[in-house]
Design a protein around this ligand. Structure first.
Ligand SMILES: [Zn+2]
Length: 128
């Protein structure tokens, strides 16, 4: 295949879905630093990366999660799936840190308010 024939395949290669002979052809062009295909693939990878950033974050349905876990259980590789739990990835570390900081600040504010109420000298009503 020549470069012109490979050009329509750049996006599929960048997405990682190109297979077989076509994939091997693109890899061969990249291996010899083809001046046409190399920048074409780089551009396709950039486009794929931008598309990935633009897509909204979504949680897979529980039925899909169950099917994937069942499939992995049947192969006996459960430990690997447990390490890559999508639940952990959906709630990033910075969000946990922010939640912890908010909880500490809220607790401190409540304790300070209680202490202030107990120790403040409240004015009395002079007219009664
Ligand atoms: Zn080429």
């Amino acid at each position: 295949m020549d470069c012109e024939q490979l050009a329509p395949l750049y996006e599929e290669f960048a997405l990682g879905v190109l297979e077989g002979e076509e994939r091997a052809e693109v890899e061969a062009h990249l291996a010899r630093a083809c001046p046409h295909c190399t920048p074409g693939i780089e551009k396709a990878r950039w486009v794929v990366a931008q598309l990935a950033r633009m897509s909204p974050e979504a949680q897979p349905p529980q039925s899909l999660k169950r099917k994937i876990l069942d499939a992995v259980k049947s192969t006996g590789n459960v430990a690997e799936i447990a390490k890559a739990s999508p639940i952990r990835a959906a709630f990033p570390v910075w969000a946990w840190a922010a939640a912890a900081a908010l909880a500490i600040l809220t607790g401190y504010s409540i304790l300070f308010a209680r202490w202030e109420i107990k120790t403040r000298s409240w004015p009395t009503c002079a007219g009664r």
